[in-house]
Design a protein around this ligand. Structure first.
Ligand SMILES: [Zn+2]
Length: 316
């Protein structure tokens, strides 16, 4: 390439920084990552980042040990920068959106998240091409994208939304007695789930223990985080990948017994986490999770009586 052209190209790409309200093709930092699992296409899409109080990562942990962990991770002592990932899965003739990001809730002051819809567009995925939505659970950061103005009208009328029956039941009268969320969150979560159930009930397809959404794509209820929390297991051609939703957080490898502030049944959530991490370390499959750093594709290793996060190499 002649020098002038190269300079022009370089200048243009340097100029293409992310602009609020205009995330898309011109973003400097990539917001999507594609991976194959046998014949299944997987695309991890970043909804953005949530800034939450540090104590949320383990409200049953000794504050000094929690602060030391944050320091060891080169994180600030009081703020947890939480990635927020969704996944698009293509298998057979189905295009499946797994979770939908935060959407918009200006009351909660989380301006760096809620970009799923624009980023799907930037990835060339038309909302009208989505045949199925799988919801790991009905917390706002997983359903909010479906509540953004105008989104419902762009979705197919025959869209199927798969969610565990226990989850739909739970949100009829949710129990927040065991959570430790920042002020304002319980009300916002109640509002969002109520609105979701009202607007989308006719499209919901509930399942009890598990359901095969497409060839090799199985949604499986775990409970714990919420009573109907589910994970998505992908298997094709000897390859396996699990999207763990909120069963696993970054700190959960080293401290699987720390209670996350958003867990409605923390003891059960910890049991679910340990069982899942143990299984993934044994069968050596890939893990992707909502709140692990983008693109979050990793493996799980056993490390003494806890676990170790082993990030996967980027596959260019
Ligand atoms: Zn979440």
């Amino acid at each position: 390439m002649p020098t002038q052209t190269l300079l022009r190209e370089t200048n243009r790409s340097l100029d293409n920084t992310s602009r609020p309200g205009r995330p898309g093709l011109d973003e400097l930092v990539p917001s999507r990552y594609a991976q194959k699992v046998g014949d299944i296409d997987v695309l991890v899409v970043s909804d953005g980042v949530l800034s939450l109080p540090g104590e949320m990562l383990g409200h049953n942990a000794d504050p000094a040990i929690r602060a030391a962990w944050l320091k060891d991770m080169f994180l600030p002592p009081d703020t947890l920068e939480w990635a927020l990932n969704v996944v698009v899965v293509r298998s057979g003739d189905r295009t499946i959106l797994v979770d939908a990001g935060l959407g918009a809730d200006p009351d909660l002051n989380l301006p760096r998240a809620g970009r799923t819809v624009q980023r799907l567009e930037a990835a060339g995925i038309d909302l009208g091409s989505v045949t199925d939505v799988v919801l790991t659970h009905l917390h706002m950061d997983h359903i909010g994208g479906l509540l953004v103005d105008g989104v419902r009208d762009r979705l197919r009328p025959d869209l199927k939304i798969h969610v565990a029956s226990a989850e739909a039941e739970f949100w009829e009268s949710p129990d927040f007695s065991r959570v430790s969320m920042p002020p304002g969150f319980p009300d916002a979560l109640r509002r969002a789930s109520k609105r979701f159930l009202k607007e989308y009930r006719s499209q919901m397809r509930t399942f009890d223990a598990q359901h095969e959404v497409a060839p090799g794509v199985v949604v499986q209820r775990t409970g714990g985080h919420t009573p109907g929390h589910s994970v998505v297991r992908l298997a094709s051609g000897g390859d396996r990948l699990t999207f763990a939703g909120d069963a696993v957080f970054q700190v959960g490898f080293e401290h699987p017994d720390w209670f996350n502030g958003f867990e409605h049944d923390p003891e059960e959530a910890a049991r679910v986490r340990v069982n899942l991490l143990r299984e993934l370390s044994t069968n050596r499959e890939s893990l992707v999770a909502t709140h692990l750093s983008f693109p979050s594709v990793c493996h799980v290793a056993v490390d003494g009586d806890a676990f170790r996060w082993v990030p996967g190499p980027w596959e260019y």
